[in-house]
Design a protein around this ligand. Sequence first.
Ligand code: FES
Ligand code: MG
Length: 606
Amino acid sequence: MDDLGDYDLNKPISGTGLRQGLTSYGDAHFSLFLRKVFIKAAGYGEDALSRPIVGIINTGSGFNPCHANVPQLVEAVKRGVHLHGGLAIEFPTISLHESFASPTSMFLRNLMSMDTEEMIKAQPVDVCVMIGGCDKTVPAQLMGGLSANKPVLPLVTGPMMPGSFRGERIGACTDCRNNWAAYRAGELDIEDIRGINDELAPTVGTCGVMGTASTIACITVALGMMPFGGATAPAVSSARMRIAEETGAIAVATASKIEERRPQTILSKESFLNAITVLQAIGGSTNAVVHIMAIVNRHPDVAGKITLKTFDDIGRKTPLLVDLKPSGANYMNDFHNAGGMLALLHTLRPLLHLEAKTITGETLGEKLDATPFKPFPMSISLIRPLSDPLYPNSALVTLYGNLAPGGAILKAAASKDRHLLEYEGPAVVFENTADLGARIDRDDLEVTKDSVLVLQGIGPIGNPGMPEAGVIPIPRKLHGVKDMLRLSDGRMSGTAGGTMVLHISPESAIVDSTFGILRNGDIIRCSVAERKLEVKLSDGEIEGRVRERKALLQKQGQQCRGKRVVGKRRRGYRGLYESSVNQAEEGADFDFLTAKGAEDDDQRDQ
Ligand code: FES
Ligand code: MG
């Protein structure tokens, strides 16, 4: 028994691979022997098994057209891994598409993050390439990968190309909304809308504007986790395949430096500050705020050091530079052709923390030094210089006040009527989306153009899953009004615009939420200059209404769990979700998954 040969746990090899403390069968040497038995059934020889093992998360799914190029990407990553002496093994996790994830993809994001975390921990991978793309998938993977804390390399599927209708470029999903609105207004007929329907998503890949998927892809580059070209190369381009191959190569290099390249080591407070700077400069999706907070709060050393206020502080110093829909006029492939994230990061250099580490071991500053970028006319018109921005600063602002003690978010850059950014008006309150649907277009709705539209019941717990219903439609009777101040505890799509105060916290499904006790006629005040969101009620009036609300809920037989108004206990994932999801400013994560939520004594991978 002295010579354990290939079953010697201490035998030096380039990766830890099958020698990691995985499924235990009692005797560690016997466990390794058994693992080899079973992996050999897949045809791997001893030479292959002595290599660093690079896991590749395959999120291809027939229900996820944003990920329809995943099979080709897997092949390209494998090529990069094998060319550099590693062994690539792919495995599946949950895949989420925005349109095919009922009730919302956000409801399932935390489930995908748990799947990702647990499979990375459970399986014998040294390093893991995580292929994602559609809105919630990359946040879920970053959350799970960060918690698993093995080296991970995100790889996005890339944006789709724009389509064309009667000579005009169109693309999902900013133009989905515009064109449908034009059809409802009688400006387009059914034949037009059929033609447009064929062209809005003309290739595989993620939505081709600066929606949530593109925003998160850009942020992933800013975090130092993906190559510069990784966010913008179109899904159908050869550049996308070369990035996949390069990611495979980086994965193998990473396997020889596992301790230094764990995500909790690479990512620092400065990495997140850079990500938030990029978010402001691209006029990115408000959804990214929730996702970044969820990722931050998974990190034991960064949790608590970044809050919603951090987004506002950075916003005051950061201009909006990138001219892309929905804030501007262009598409993601234009951004790519203009130099993409490499050009933007060079432009933002004075505002960035260049000492932040990246997954290759270099700092962001070292990587930028090694990759110069020379601006050209098209790049300058799309990625503006700091001296000539599209919007001077604070594209996204954070509001606080008695109506949002936990904070609220407003994409000021997307406001269509700027006087609404300093505004006071009476509330018209809708209790939930059903109430909204039933009354918004009625002729007897008591509303004027000066009203403030309020939609309750769409927060993380309330709906559940915090749907993108925050874009409250303008009541039909106010024909011709283009924008109103609108408030909700929900989200809006990254591809939408208007003066929408979102993510109001605590949400109305928290029993003592001020937002939950709003009534018709209450005077709402929103001041972006003061970063305030208030209702003109005294503390005593608010307390009195909360007491009334509690009494009413009790009378209706509606129970609360703690402060959550969720009624009866439900089974399964929904039960887990309703009892564990935290508020938007914390990331709408499950409290037990956050770094501070519980002691993690899981030693499988350490
Ligand atoms: Fe997948 Fe838009 S639907 S990114
Ligand atoms: Mg979306």
